[in-house]
Design a protein around this ligand. Structure first.
Ligand code: 4GM
Length: 254
C-alpha cells in the first residue's frame, strides 16, 4: 500500500511513521509513505502558501493552487506507476468529516494508493477541496493545529490491517473490535504482582474454559465501559444469556 501525505510538515509525518511498527513495515516494503511538501508548489518567490480569507475574519487559509500542484504531482506519478486512469481516493482530515472508525480503516486498506491531505491555519480554500477531495474524515470531535496527527492515525490504523505488518498473522483480525466488543483483560508474568494473582483459569490449561472466560470478560467490559457498542455487537444465544445475568446483578446492587 502506498500512502501519499500532502502536508506543510513532511518531517513530522516521516519521523512519526518511520518509527516502530509502521517504520519496520516501510523497511520491509509492505507499505510506503511519501510526504509531499505543499510549500514546494507555492506560486510566488516568497514560498507563501497562506492568505487572508475573503469576507474578512480571523486567521489565514491555505491557498488552492499549491494544494492542487502537490495533488497533481502525486496523482500523475501514481498514474505513471500503475498505468491506471482511475482517480485515487483523497482523504481530507478535518473536524467537519465523518468520524474515523475501524470499518473505514478496513475500506481504506483495500486501496492500492491513498492520498491524505493535511490542512493548517483555518483550513483550505473550498474550491480545491471541491475538485480533489473524495472523503472528509475526522478522528474525533476536537480541533488540532493541523491535519498531520489525524493523517498519521489513519496510516497507522490502515497499516496494521496489511498482511505481514503485525508479527502475529491473526492478531489484527482477532482483537479489539471483533464482533464490536471490547477486548478481555490480558496478563503476563509474574503470576503474582503487587499481591494480585493472575486469574487461575488462565493457568488451568483448559482451552475451552479460557475462551468462555475471555468472552464473558469482553461482554462484561463492553457493558460497563461502552454500553453503546452492545447495540451493534454480534451476539450468540450464550452471550445474550450471560448479558441478562450481568444486567440482573447490576440491578440487585442498586
Ligand atoms: C480546520 C480545517 C483534523 C482545521 C481543516 C484537522 C482536527 C481534526 C484543520 C484542517 C484539524 C480532526 C486542522 N483538527 N478532528 N486541524 O480530525 O485540516
Amino acid at each position: 500500500m502506498h500512502f501519499h501525505i500532502l502536508t506543510l510538515f513532511p518531517e513530522m509525518v516521516l519521523n512519526g511513521l518511520g518509527t516502530s511498527i509502521t517504520g519496520r513495515a516501510m523497511a520491509n516494503n509492505l507499505l510506503s509513505v511519501e510526504a509531499v511538501n505543499i510549500r514546494d508548489y507555492a506560486n510566488n518567490k516568497h514560498n507563501r502558501v497562506d492568505d487572508y480569507p475573503y469576507g474578512g475574519g480571523a486567521g489565514m487559509l491555505m491557498q488552492a493552487e499549491p494544494v492542487y500542484g502537490a495533488y497533481r504531482a502525486v496523482e500523475d506519478s501514481i498514474q505513471e506507476r500503475t498505468g491506471k486512469e482511475g482517480r485515487t481516493r483523497v482523504v481530507y482530515l478535518s473536524p467537519q468529516g465523518g468520524t474515523f472508525s475501524q470499518s473505514m480503516a478496513e475500506e481504506f486498506a483495500k486501496e492500492e494508493d491513498l492520498i491524505l491531505l493535511c490542512g493548517h491555519y483555518e483550513g483550505i480554500d473550498e474550491r480545491v477541496l471541491e475538485e480533489i477531495v473524495t472523503d472528509y474524515v475526522s478522528i474525533g470531535d476536537y480541533v488540532l493545529t493541523g491535519g498531520e496527527l489525524p493523517a498519521m492515525v489513519i496510516v497507522d490504523a490502515v497499516s496494521r490491517l496489511i498482511p505481514g505488518v503485525l508479527h502475529n498473522d491473526t492478531s489484527a483480525e482477532f482483537e479489539s473490535f471483533q464482533d464490536n466488543l471490547l477486548e478481555y483483560p490480558h496478563y503476563t508474568r509474574p503470576e503474582i504482582w503487587h499481591d494480585k494473582q493472575v486469574p487461575p483459569i488462565l493457568l488451568s490449561g483448559h482451552h475451552a474454559n479460557v475462551e468462555k472466560w475471555r468472552r464473558e470478560q469482553s461482554l462484561k467490559r463492553t457493558l460497563e465501559r461502552r454500553p453503546d457498542l452492545i447495540e451493534t455487537a454480534i451476539l450468540s444465544k450464550e452471550d445474550e444469556k450471560y448479558l441478562k445475568k450481568l444486567k440482573k446483578g447490576l440491578h440487585e446492587s442498586e
